[in-house]
Every structure is written in C-alpha cells, then in structure tokens.
Design a protein around this ligand. Structure first.
Ligand SMILES: [Zn+2]
Length: 385
C-alpha cells in the first residue's frame, strides 16, 4: 500500500494517513488561487473534508469492531483522500461472520446519517428536503445552476445536510455487490451458504465485473468521466480480489505435515559462538532451536540474530547464546492453516518456528520450505491441465 503515517490510536487500533494525502497539497493551492472560493470557502472545504474523513473512519471502525467480536484483530485503519481501509487480519471462517463484518461498515454510516437527520429535523425542519432538491437540480443542470438557499438555512445546517448525503452515498456505493465493496463480500457470504467459497467468489466477481462495466459505459454515455474512473477501479479490484482468494484457497488446502522438517540440528544453552559459526557458514541450516538440559525448547536462534552475533566486536567470542535467542515465539499446531502460519511468522518476525502435534514437539517449519512446497504444487497442477 505504500508508506503511511500514524496520526492517532483509538480502541487499540492505529489510525494512519496514506501518503496520497500529499496529492491534496496542489489541490489546496488551486482552490486558494480561485477568486470565487477565497479563504472562507477554502476553510469550509477543509472542515467538510475532515468531517467526511471522520465518517469514513467510523465506517472502518464498524468493520474492525465487528471483526473483534470474532476474535480477529485489525492491524490498522488507513485513510486516503479516496478511500479508507481497515486492515483486518483475516475474514471470519463462517459465511455469517463474513457477512456481519462486511455489513458493520455501512451500518455505521446509516447510524451517523440517522442521528444527523434527527438533529436537522429539530434544528431546521425542511432543511434536508430543500438541500436534496437543490442537489438534484444542480446535478441535473450539471452544476451550472447557482444554489439559492433561504436566509434561515445556516452554514451548519448546510454542512450537516451535505454529510447526510455523503453518508447515504457511502452506504449506496459500498452496497454495490462487487468486490472490493462491502456489498461484494456480503453477496459472497450469502452465496457461500449454498456453494463452496471459490464458486461463490467466482460468481460474486463476475457480477462485480458486469456492474463495473455498466458503470463505465453509462458514465461514458453521460460524459461523467470521474465516475468512469470509479468503474475502472471497481473492475480492477474485483478481478484482483478473485485472484487473491484463489491463491489463499490454494495455499490453505495443503496439510502442514507435508512441509515439516524433522531432521534438524539442536543447539544447547552451552553451544559456543565458534560451533554456531561453523554450522551457519558451512551448513544449510540458518535458523536453530535452542534446548535446555531437560530437552525443552527455550528459544530460537534466528539467522538475523546469528549475523548480529558474528558481526559484534571481539567481545562476541565471550558472549553466551542466551543473549541472542528469541524467547517469545508461538508453537505451530499441525492443524493450522498455511496462511495462519505465515501470518504468525510475520507477527513475530521469524521465518522459522517449532511444530507440535497433540502437544508433543515433532519438528520445525521454515518459511522458505513452505514457499518452495507451494511453488512445486503450483507447477504440478499446471502440468495436470
Ligand atoms: Zn467498508
């Protein structure tokens, strides 16, 4: 996704701004230079933009908090000028769970919109229908018509009216039954009740592609090229999502026991730097498990740590292995999915983990071996067809 910078942390989830925010700088300069906008207009755009971003963040929190109900954490929420994304670790396994996580985002916008409508009805009855009417007229006349609002329609009422329509827009856009929109996931989850996940994904993708092509053609016909871009984006993302799911399903259908290495060198807490240096440089193993006297694992000596150790100054010869081992690491269970193992390796920044079966230690898993195994399987499948 490229670089982003954290601006806040809420309910344990970091909120980050995507680098594409920098693209707003020239836009801001352009707006400031337009005489018909001026500083006041510019300030209004800024406030409106921040408020819309907050609505998008709420939407993403909807997904993140629903996922938390299923015990799935969210790495972060990334906000860009064009989209928001909650990077949820994984999709719940059950179709119902997937549906709930997907629908929770738009539900947030429905809630925000509902609260704003109630406020408007209380503060300025009729404001919304007036604004809606003006909005309709200005769209129909392609923005040429100058809005004429009555005196009692304050700037705050206007801002809130805009926010109501923005939230409505977010709901409608996200309910389009095409990936990567929430509607696509909801649609897939419903289909998944009647068929396997891959077929469900394939159908949801095809429907997504048809809808995006419709958006593209209709927008070109009406010369709304901004919407054409949205259509192209939806088409691309629908296709991309299908590829991702296909790869994910491919990885997860293999049994971990096929990839476990039972033949490996055991280090002890008394292993010396020269022993390890020899093993590391002349042998094929680059990561090691370290055992104590009673044969229980006390840590992992990773490739990175060995290099650190070797690169340390003269003093390193007198250092002990315990200063370099990683003591906090997970045990892999043979029943886990390949994707979950790869995720754990990323989380703990290790490319090598011990494996147990029914609570008994049986071997180790290397990330490279997993990748090689998957490459081999991919080739075998291609050969079959
Ligand atoms: Zn969403």
């Amino acid at each position: 996704m490229g670089p982003s910078v954290q601006i806040a942390r809420f309910l344990g989830i970091p909120i980050k701004l995507h680098w594409t925010f920098l693209l707003l700088i020239p836009l801001a300069g352009y707006l400031l230079n337009r005489p018909d906008i001026g500083w006041n207009g510019f300030l209004f755009f800024c406030i409106l933009f921040i408020l819309i971003s907050i609505c998008v963040i709420f939407h993403e929190y909807g997904h993140a908090l629903a996922a938390r109900k299923y015990g799935i954490e969210t790495d972060d929420i990334i906000l860009s000028p064009l989209f928001g994304v909650a990077r949820i670790r994984k999709i719940p396994d059950s179709p119902f769970g997937e549906f709930i996580v997907a629908v929770a985002g738009p539900m947030m916008n429905i809630m925000i919109g509902f609260i704003l409508v109630i406020y408007l009805q209380w503060a300025c009855p009729g404001a919304l229908s007036l604004f809606g009417h003006e909005l309709y007229e200005s769209i129909m006349s392609e923005g040429e018509r100058v809005n004429a609002f009555p005196e009692n329609f304050s700037m705050v009422d206007m801002t809130i009216s805009i926010l109501v329509f923005v939230n409505l827009g977010l709901v409608l856009f996200n309910l389009i039954p095409a990936f990567p929109m929430d509607g696509g996931r909801m649609f897939r989850a419903v289909l998944n009740n009647f068929m396997d996940k891959l077929t469900a994904t394939r159908i949801a993708t095809i429907v997504g592609q048809i809808i995006s092509l419709l958006i593209i053609f209709v927008s070109i016909y009406y010369q709304q090229y901004g919407i054409t871009l949205v259509g192209l984006f939806v088409y691309y993302m629908a296709t991309y999502e299908f590829k991702m799911i296909k790869h994910e399903m491919f990885r997860n259908r293999f049994d971990l026991s096929e990839m476990i290495r039972t033949n490996f060198t055991k280090l002890s807490i008394f292993s010396t730097r020269s022993e390890i240096s020899d093993l590391f440089i002349k042998g094929l193993e680059k990561n090691f498990l370290v055992f104590d006297d009673d044969e229980s694992i006390i840590g992992i000596l990773s490739k990175e740590k060995i290099i650190d150790w070797m690169a340390d100054d003269e003093n390193s010869y007198h250092q002990e292995i315990k200063n370099y081992i990683v003591k906090s690491f997970p045990m892999i269970d043979t029943n886990m999915k390949v994707d979950d193992v790869l995720q754990l390796m990323r989380d703990f920044n290790l490319s090598f983990l011990p494996v147990e079966k029914n609570g008994n230690f049986i071997g180790v898993l290397d990330r490279n071996i997993i990748y090689d195994y998957l490459d081999l399987q991919r080739k075998l499948i291609l050969k079959k067809y």
